[in-house]
Design a protein around this ligand. Structure first.
Ligand code: XMP
Length: 177
C-alpha cells in the first residue's frame, strides 16, 4: 500500500470483476448499436479505459473536460465546461462516464447540456456513488460501487493531481493532506 493511503476501500481485483458485470449490463442495453461514449476528464480516464475495452468495438469515444473540484477536497458547487466545443451528439445515443457521483451537479449539468445539443438518449455510468443527499437530481444508470460520504483517491481520482494512477480506490491519510 502507498505511504499516503490510509486504507484501501476497493481492491484492484474487486474493481476489475465489477467492470465485467457493468460491461455486460451496458451491452444488453445497447445491443449492436453504435453509441457515443463521453468520458469526463480527468477523473474517469482510468475507469473508462478499463470498462470500454470490455465493450464491442463499435463505439465512438469522446472526452469532455469538466471541473468542479479544482484540486481540493470540496466541490466548488459550480460545474465548468473547459472545452471550447462539445462533441457532436445530435440524433445520437450517448453514454456519459464519470469517476464518482457526489453532489450530482456534474452529471446533471452534462446530461442537460447533451440533451440540449440534440442527443436522443443520455445514459450515465459511474465507478462510485457516494451515499448522500444529492444537490442536483440525478441517478446514474450504471454504478460500480456505492460508498460512504468520504473523500477518496485512486483509480483516476486525485488529491491535488496526485494518486490517479493507484490501481485501487482508497482514502488519503491525514498526514498527506
Ligand atoms: P459532483 O459533486 O458534481 O462531483 O457529483 C463529481 C466530481 O467531483 C469530483 N469528486 C471527487 N474527486 N475524490 C476525488 O478525487 C472524491 O472523493 C470526489 N468526490 C467528487 C470528481 O471529479 C467528480 O467527477
Amino acid at each position: 500500500m502507498e505511504q499516503d493511503v490510509d486504507k484501501v476501500l476497493i481492491a484492484e481485483e474487486v474493481i476489475q470483476r465489477r467492470l465485467d458485470a457493468m460491461a455486460l449490463d451496458i451491452r444488453q442495453d445497447f445491443p449492436g448499436e453504435v453509441i457515443v461514449v463521453i468520458v469526463l476528464l480527468k477523473g474517469a480516464f482510468v475507469f473508462a479505459a478499463d470498462l470500454l475495452r470490455r465493450l464491442p468495438r463499435m463505439l465512438e469515444i469522446e472526452c469532455l473536460n469538466v471541473a468542479s473540484y479544482h484540486g481540493g477536497m470540496e466541490s466548488s458547487g459550480q460545474v465548468d465546461f473547459l472545452d471550447r466545443r462539445l462533441p457532436d451528439v445530435k440524433g445520437r445515443k450517448v453514454l456519459v462516464l464519470d469517476d464518482i457521483l457526489d453532489t450530482g451537479r456534474t452529471l446533471r449539468a452534462v446530461a442537460d447540456r447533451l440533451t440540449a445539443e440534440g442527443a436522443t438518449e443520455v445514459k450515465t455510468g459511474v465507478l462510485l456513488a457516494k451515499d448522500k443527499k444529492r444537490a442536483a437530481e440525478v441517478q446514474a444508470d450504471y454504478v460500480g460501487f456505492d460508498i460512504g460520504d468520504e473523500f477518496v483517491i485512486g483509480y483516476g481520482l486525485d488529491y491535488q493531481g496526485r494518486y490517479r494512477n493507484l490501481p485501487y480506490v482508497g482514502t488519503l491519510s491525514p498526514d498527506a493532506q
